[in-house]
Design a protein around this ligand. Structure first.
Ligand SMILES: [Zn+2]
Length: 205
């Protein structure tokens, strides 16, 4: 049971959780968007402790933030099958990465940091976290739910990195039912009666 709970925990480790939460500001299934307005973005920034004093957001900045979010979602879709992400998504992130700076540390090392303020800082932070996750191997586990009416971002904790759905309790079971119905429909009138009588949950969404 403990193992099951661990596998179903959709939260990403460490700072990567901020990226997951950011992508999930759009709830595809419910059709609601936390970033539908500049006020919405300011409220979300406050929630994740990234709101700087006297900060305001322009419509153009909001559009840029949303472009970054959707580019990240494209990458999370590509994390399922190791297929390449769309060129347009890569371009958006390339553009965002130009806001980063290399910062030397006093201990003889270096780090990447967000040099901007306000929205630039947010975008820089997100890209910095993504780069870190790509380096430590956690990035490929951050995925968008394979149910295309859901697309909820989740962290895949399965051993083989083969998780497809945000949770087996909802999207996974739904996909199984669709597969069952699909098979059943194609079986036509030759379907054995045992299968038909087994379909007590065909009305479940
Ligand atoms: Zn889902």
């Amino acid at each position: 049971m403990l193992l099951l709970m661990t596998e179903l925990n959709p939260q990403a480790p460490g700072r990567l959780e901020l990226v997951r939460r950011f992508v999930n500001t759009l709830d595809v299934e419910a059709g609601t968007d936390r970033l539908a307005s500049t006020d919405g973005l300011l409220k979300w920034l406050r929630e994740v402790d990234l709101l700087q004093a006297e900060q305001s957001v322009s419509d153009a900045q909001l559009r840029r933030v949303i472009a970054v979010r959707e580019a990240l979602r494209d990458l999370l879709r590509a994390n399922h099958t190791d297929t390449p992400a769309p060129e347009s998504a890569v371009q958006v992130l390339d553009q965002a990465a130009r806001k980063l700076s290399i910062l030397f540390t006093r201990s003889g090392g270096w780090t990447i940091g967000s040099a901007g303020t306000g929205v630039d800082f947010l975008v820089g932070e997100l890209v910095t976290i993504v780069i870190g996750a790509m380096n430590d191997g956690t990035w490929r586990r951050l995925k968008a739910c394979a149910n295309d009416t859901c697309e909820w971002a989740f962290y895949d904790r399965s051993r083989a990195r083969s998780g497809k759905w945000c949770s087996m309790g909802s999207c996974g079971n739904r996909a199984k039912q669709q597969t069952w119905r699909h098979k059943h429909a194609h079986a036509g009138r030759y379907a054995p009666s045992a299968v038909v009588s087994d379909g007590t949950s065909t009305d479940v969404r």
